[in-house]
Design a protein around this ligand. Structure first.
Ligand code: KIV
Length: 271
């Protein structure tokens, strides 16, 4: 009998017990099979198939153009590459706002066609009905408050959100509501660190920050940013763990040179 090593998968319950024990949650984006496999092997807790794919994979200026079909395509590759992490998929712009029936249909398509484990939606009270409807189908939902890039044309800029008392209070109220209706976790993006700390202390569910300081229950970054594949995007909160742009460019340069100088392939690299 062969003894195969069973990998213990991360679930929404695992994340809750991590918060309860004070253990930080790590989350990164991924959009394809190959990188998702590496990220999973690197020990990440959560992989987000973010609609930031619109920027880093497709080259759009905002996250608005990406479609539900394209998100499902990205998610399918990621799910095939992942053995352990929880896979969360963004519902893209136009697939859930103002129509809870459409929201449920979109979330069901993601779960059914990609095999992902949960969905993420941007917003608070204005999308409450959509979230409730998705939750009633047994689909875990992650919230997203603060800077919500699908609303960039309402904000006008990508600067820090909720610096004023009124917006900070609204965000705290939204977080309480998301917890009450049953979201399993919450992303807070680009808000003051002291507000993020308050949010994390005020709800029992895990709060995962990006540009929200250290006093939250976990951190998320866009993979292509932290690997240094993207170059122009340099917000203060971003720590680069590699400079793959230069590494890949140098490797390509070397390959071009070898081909031009008839150095590749050599006799050991042919049949
Ligand atoms: O789409 C995305 O990558 C995100 C993260 C920045 C949280 O929503």
């Amino acid at each position: 009998m062969s003894v195969s090593k069973q990998v213990k998968r991360i679930t929404t319950h695992t994340l809750q017990s991590m918060k309860d024990k004070g253990e930080k949650i790590s989350m990164l984006t991924a959009y394809d099979y190959s990188l998702a496999s590496i990220v999973d092997d690197g020990g990440i807790d959560v992989i987000l198939v973010g609609d930031s794919a619109s920027n880093v994979m497709a080259g759009h200026e905002t996250t608005l153009p990406i479609t539900l079909d394209q998100m499902i395509y990205h998610a399918q590759g990621v799910v095939r590459g992942v053995k352990k992490a929880l896979v969360v998929v963004d519902l893209p712009f136009g697939s859930y706002q103002g129509n809870s029936r459409l929201a449920l249909e979109s979330a069901i398509r993601i779960m059914k066609e990609s095999g992902a484990h949960a969905v993420k939606l941007e917003g608070g009270f204005e999308i409450k009905e959509s979230i409730i409807r998705i939750l009633t189908a047994g689909i875990p939902v992650m919230g997203h408050l603060g800077l919500t890039p699908q609303s960039i044309y309402k904000f006008g800029t990508y600067t820090v959100r909720a610096k004023e008392e009124a917006e900070a209070q609204r965000l705290l109220d939204d977080a309480a509501m998301l917890e009450e209706i049953g979201c399993f976790a919450l992303v807070v993006e680009k808000i003051p660190a002291n507000l993020a700390k308050k949010v994390s202390a005020s709800v029992k569910i895990p709060v995962i920050g990006i540009g929200a300081g250290a006093d939250v229950d976990g951190q998320v970054l866009v993979l292509h940013d932290m690997l240094g594949i993207t170059q122009e995007f340099q917000p203060r909160f971003l720590r680069r763990y590699a400079n793959l742009y230069d590494e890949i460019r140098l490797a390509v340069n070397k390959y071009v040179e070898d081909v031009k100088h008839k150095d590749f392939p050599n006799e050991n690299e042919q049949y």
